[in-house]
Ligand binder design. Structure first.
Ligand code: F0G
Length: 487
């Protein structure tokens, strides 16, 4: 296969390992604290990994959002940023990059992805509308619901199966989409949303064939296709790897086709380009004009949208870098390695390996913890205690309650271990895997959690929990018995 990405490197002994196709020139010291301090830290953080302080964390795998490593070219671009409230040269460089990489004519800058979701939802969703999509993202759903919309997830059953070899679990089910549109009536559909490398089901991509089918349906009913492009680079990478038609297509052309099939593309630049910020783009002037005036109201003037000019410069360079196989393949290569190693030990993980992170199936890992006691949250706390590695709960805690106050149980209980691009090395990854294996051998010691403080919206961010028994103490005791005073 002709490409310079990580995946095709072969080894003499057949053992496939990811190879870092970059060198490390700026480093940040990490702290691996003793287990007693880690236990105290998670207790203080209300058993919610969002509430930990990085001074207590060894490998921060909470997210890839705003934590990918920047390139030398990105950092150096920040030095020639043009400070101006309006008309900044930095903005025009970013606009040119978006035109070239996404093929989009009209650009609206925003301070991050959810800011795009805010204005898009305000403009295009009215009370009682439905929004069919492959799968929701937390902030997306919250913005849509606040504006009176109802999210409908139209996925194939395969999408939420933990173990699968389906290459495109992020696909929309086309038959169901047709049924939903005829059932509700096209006038009730605000738009169809597709999320690249579908985050909450394990970073799973959709295929170009699926996007083309969605486009046809949208055209038939006069509906808009909205693409959440926050993880578009990785989705394009998987299309190249897994969709026969594209195996010799340049990533640049895959990106262009994905955007061309969409009426409106928005993204979190914290993910796409390793910087901060975000954007909304379209080739349709009417769509642009409907959104335009909300940007100065919520974000900032049209040439900065709440971002600093330094971030805008780095974003422009980062956009071009999204077309580079050696950059966008890094995170998937490490995830594939981690998933493969855990599978070898029989540890339940989402397969096939996707984008963004390695997703451990907490219900399979902790079958004795009821879903009402939040197995994914418990597993995130337990892993932090035994390793200092911070992952993120993506399960029922990240969901919400129904009108009667009962938890809406999530389709999957996942512990997400994000692999921000080019941040962690192979030996760090091996340390993480070692500790997960130990935890799996001692999984009976891990118990559940309960809420002690619960915000009504997006409770996973600030909510505080407590263990249902003294299991964290027992787990730490066993760790000490097995590892002595080793970190
Ligand atoms: N859409 C998707 C698919 C995302 O993954 C995110 C953020 C957003 C929108 C919102 O963007 O954070 O810039 O406001 N995902 C982060 C994560 C938070 O950790 O997965 P934002």
């Amino acid at each position: 296969m002709k490409n310079n990405g990580t995946a095709p490197i072969r080894f003499f002994n057949g053992n496939h390992i990811p190879v870092e196709l970059h060198k490390v020139r700026i480093v940040q010291k990490l702290h691996l604290k003793p287990i007693d301090e880690r236990l105290a830290a998670i207790d203080e953080g209300g058993y919610n990994t969002f509430l930990l302080n990085t001074k207590d964390i060894f490998l921060d795998m909470l997210t890839d959002s705003g934590t990918n490593a920047m390139s030398d070219n990105q950092v150096s671009s920040m030095l020639h940023a043009d400070d101006a409230y309006s008309g900044s040269q930095s903005y025009y460089r970013m606009e040119a990059a978006l035109k070239e990489v996404f093929g989009m004519e009209y650009i609206l800058p925003v301070h991050q992805g959810r800011a795009a979701e805010n204005v898009i939802s305000k403009v295009f969703i009215k009370e009682g509308d439905i929004i069919p999509m492959n799968y929701h993202f937390t902030t997306t759903k919250a913005h849509m619901e606040i504006n009176g919309g109802k999210v409908l997830e139209i996925y194939r059953d395969e999408a939420i199966k933990i173990k699968s070899n389906h290459p495109f679990k992020g696909n929309i089910d086309i038959d169901k989409l047709n049924d939903v549109i005829s059932g509700y009536g096209a006038d009730k559909v605000a738009f169809i949303r597709l999320e690249a490398s579908t985050n909450l089901i394990g970073g799973q991509p959709f295929s170009m064939a699926n996007l083309r089918d969605v486009r046809k349906i949208a055209d038939r009913h006069g509906l808009m296709v909205v693409l959440d492009a926050s993880l578009i680079g990785e989705n394009a990478w998987f299309i190249k790897q897994r969709e026969e038609e594209f195996k010799n297509t340049h990533i640049k052309d895959i990106l262009l086709e994905m955007c061309d099939l969409s009426d409106l593309v928005y993204f979190s630049s914290r993910k796409v380009t390793s910087t901060r910020g975000g954007g909304i783009c379209t080739n349709n002037k009417d769509i642009y004009m409907k959104l335009r005036d909300l940007i100065p109201l919520y974000e900032g003037f049209l040439t900065y949208g709440g971002m600093s000019v330094r971030e805008i410069e780095a974003m422009a360079v980062g956009l071009y870098e999204t077309t580079d196989d050696t950059i966008i393949s890094q995170s998937p290569a490490f995830i594939e390695y981690a998933v493969g190693e855990l599978e070898k030990e029989g540890i339940p993980v989402v397969t096939p390996a996707g984008a963004l992170g390695c997703h451990v199936d907490a219900m399979g890992f902790l079958p004795h913890v009821r879903q009402e006691e939040y197995p994914a949250g418990a597993l995130a706390s337990a892993l932090f205690i035994v390793s200092g590695c911070r992952g993120m709960e993506r399960g029922t805690i990240s969901s919400e309650r129904d009108e009667t106050g009962k938890d809406i149980l999530a389709d999957m209980e996942l512990l997400r271990l994000a692999f921000p691009r080019r941040v962690f090395t192979l030996s760090q990854t091996m340390f993480l895997l070692d500790r997960i294996k130990w935890l799996y051998a001692n999984r009976d010691l891990v118990g559940g959690l309960k809420f002690v403080e619960e915000p009504p919206v997006l409770r996973f961010f600030m909510g505080r929990l407590a263990p249902v028994s003294d299991w964290p103490v027992k787990l730490a005791e066993k760790f000490r018995a097995d590892f002595g005073d080793s970190l």
